[in-house]
Design a protein around this ligand. Structure first.
Ligand code: PLP
Length: 364
């Protein structure tokens, strides 16, 4: 088509410069040959049980597919509120917690505010800030243990009218949990604190920050059913906050973002908490077994509160290890520039973890 290229170029010139400069988020999943063990996305090792799937499909069959779901998913909001002992008005449901994090970043830090991060942390936060038109400030975590620098982070959080700290705890990719005390200390220095607890089910039960909500009405906690509840394929997340903050966040979420199927699955999973509890316990036991095996291979392993481990083997570059493992049929998360010598590996099933440890030994 003659002139087509010029027309496209002129359209591209309209793209916001900050978006044009952004490298598209990519997830490098090497293809591998033969059987490949995938331990790169922090997915649950065990699937939703077949009988629960059948029950969800049955319930879904009884619903009217031509109609929109109920606005705001009130049934699901009630079930989540009951689970955590809060009011339904405090719950915002979304298409995965990612959608709600983006909404909250836009609402609080968008249009010229500053999002405060402690990298290495979830790489999408940076992209969310950019989409929302927020600046990013950082208080980096340092090896070998990547602990949060609580004093420096709190001091920076207190600095500026529109500084919005976003803390991930347990932190992806390093794994560090944060106790309620630490969360409360940071919150007290902040106008508002966004706390992403996607992995908290795998941490110490005392790290769950939701019981802090009554005393910290400026705390927003993000949770997901993608990890401990094994529902990543259906996209269900939620945020909990004071009802007035929840109302503001809801304004930035498009209506009906939780579809019928996701809603039925979420309701069924919340009715059967024993499934998630059992799966979490299995992951915690395996996490400790793999951690000890890594230590015996000479690795340095960061404190692990999630369903993954973050480690380095002195003298081995992260990129080389990543490729060597992939060549041996085990795919882990590609190292990030923020910690190029470190590898993040998801805790899988017992046999997947054994395959990972065998491959790692083979790399030495
Ligand atoms: C720290 C963190 N927050 C949020 C998410 C997004 O989860 P969801 O599947 O609920 O969108 C992820 C996904 O991996 C994550 O690692």
């Amino acid at each position: 088509m003659s002139g087509g290229h010029d027309v496209t170029r002129r359209a591209l010139e309209v793209v916001r410069p900050s978006i044009r400069a952004l490298t598209a988020y990519s997830l490098n999943r090497p293809a591998g040959e033969g059987e490949v063990v995938r331990l790169d996305f922090n997915e649950a090792p065990h699937d939703v049980p077949a009988e629960l799937k059948a029950e969800v499909l049955r319930r879904l069959g009884e619903r009217r597919w031509s109609h929109y779901p109920e606005f705001g998913s009130p049934r699901l909001a009630r079930a989540i509120a009951a689970r955590h002992g809060v009011e339904p008005e405090q719950v915002v449901v979304g298409n995965g917690s990612g959608e709600l994090l983006l909404a909250a970043v836009s609402v609080f830090a968008g249009g010229g505010g500053t999002l405060l991060l402690a990298p290495p942390t979830f790489s999408l936060y940076q992209q969310m800030a950019l989409l929302a038109g927020a600046e990013v400030a950082t208080v980096p975590r340092r090896p070998p243990d990547f602990a949060l620098e609580v004093e420096a982070f709190s001091a920076r959080a207190a600095d500026g009218e529109r500084t919005v700290p976003l803390l991930c705890a347990p932190n992806n990719p390093t794994g560090n949990p944060a106790s309620r005390d630490v969360v409360a200390r940071i919150a007290r220095e902040s106008r508002v604190l966004l706390l992403d607890q996607a992995y908290v089910d795998f941490s110490d039960p005392g790290d769950d920050a939701i019981p802090l909500l009554p005393e910290l009405p400026h705390l927003v906690v993000f949770r997901t059913l993608s990890k401990a509840f094994a529902a990543a394929g259906f996209r269900i997340g939620y945020a909990l906050a004071h009802a007035e903050l929840a109302r503001e966040i809801r304004k930035a979420v498009l209506p009906f973002s939780v579809d019928l199927a996701a809603e039925e699955l979420a309701l069924a999973l919340l009715e059967r908490p024993e499934f998630s509890r059992g799966a979490v316990e299995t992951v915690r036991v395996e996490r400790e077994r793999v951690r000890l095996a890594l230590l015996s291979l000479g690795a340095s392993v960061a404190p692990a509160g999630g369903n993954f481990l973050f480690f380095t083997i002195p003298g081995t570059g992260g990129a080389a290890l990543f490729s060597e493992l992939a060549r041996r049929g085990v795919v882990v998360r590609e190292p990030s520039p923020a910690a190029p010598d470190h590898i993040r590996v998801t805790v899988g099933t017992r046999s997947e973890n054994d395959a990972f440890l065998r491959a790692l030994e083979g790399c030495r």
